[in-house]
Design a protein around this ligand. Sequence first.
Ligand code: ZN
Length: 331
Amino acid sequence: MPRKHTKSDNDKMSKKNTGYNNRKQKIVYFAVSALVLMTSIICIAVLILVTILYKKVDGLEESIEALQDIRQYDSYVTNRPVDMHNEALDIENSVPDESEIVDRAEAAVLDDSIVQLQGIGNNDDGIRRVYLTFDDGPSSNTDRILDILDSYGVKATFFVVGKNNYTQQYKRIVEEGHTLAMHSFTHKYKEIYASLDAYKYDLKQLHDFLYELTGKDCTIVRFPGGSSNTVSKVDMFELIDYLDGEGIIYFDWNVSSGDASGTYLSADQIAKNVLDNVNRFDNAVVLFHDAASKDSTVEALPIIIEKILESDNTVILPISGDTVKVQHLHH
Ligand SMILES: [Zn+2]
């Protein structure tokens, strides 16, 4: 006979039910907790993943930018004649003391629209002023150049780099009344044009180096490759603003001797390049290079100086703070 449910049975049942409900609640509680925990973990994981990806994309963009710069630089270098390309590579790897610097960018043919605005119609006195300027020295040719200038009683401007083995030449430039001007300490495009700070550092290095050697506080500068160079990663106007703030004047050129071009030019060709163009300007700033390999530049100098001095109302002067500015870039 089936046993009747007694009160105590009901109690047992209800206890059993309560126990069952408690377990159920615990399971639900654990399930929900686990779900919340897992969701949190997934969220954090996704967040970390997104951050990593974002950084990677950022890095990738930087890499692409860097690559584009390198490509631009390389094409800049490779689009020039082969021997120039080699020279360019030499420049990048050079220690200024040991190897000469030849500025390929300064060989670039100037856009006439840039040049024609410069150095024309500036002089009220009707006197043409010619400024002979020499970049990238000193070199083993500096003394020869100084001797020639001295023999004609002519003063020039030397945009020098930093070299340890030419103490006497820096001093001679100053002692003989020429303008000692700054070009770059290292003349390494990739370094000096990497940032404003890098440019400042290089120029200060050169300034202090020259001040210690000669006592001259140089205030005239020429950018490697000129202000119109297309190599700089920094906006050239940023560098120009910096120079303005420091009271430093930059000069480009409006007449190129062509002596930095890849092919060897004879003294006669260099002289022709200069003499054909000097007369176009009231203020002609002529670009030469003072480098060991530039013998034909040295040989062209007497021809050039004699012709200029023969011209009426024409003088040869060193650049000073008062010189009419010949600059490729203007605000
Ligand atoms: Zn140079």
